[in-house]
Design a protein. Structure first.
Length: 84
């Protein structure tokens, strides 16, 4: 989506992106897995998208046994001693 005058994907409104993120989190949570959200500044650097991100974080916080971690935290959790 970095092409200025055309893109490989259609524009996705922020609320739809939020729904996709929630669905991804919910599926990862149901499977007992990891939800990793990666955002490019080109996408997330707008107020409307920051609002959707805030809503996603609020949704995630309503779930039990959720851990917000860095990549290093996760590596240390799954392979203690190797991340040192």
């Amino acid at each position: 989506m970095m092409e200025r005058f055309q893109s490989l994907r259609p524009y996705t409104p922020p609320r739809e992106v939020g729904r996709i993120w929630r669905d991804e989190f919910d599926a990862a949570y149901a499977a007992g897995g990891v939800f990793q959200l990666t955002m490019h500044p080109h996408f997330i650097g707008h107020r409307s998208r920051l609002l959707v991100l805030d809503e996603l974080l609020a949704h995630i916080r309503t779930h039990d046994d959720v851990w917000f971690a860095t990549h290093a935290d996760l590596a240390a959790h799954v392979a203690p001693g190797l991340a040192d």
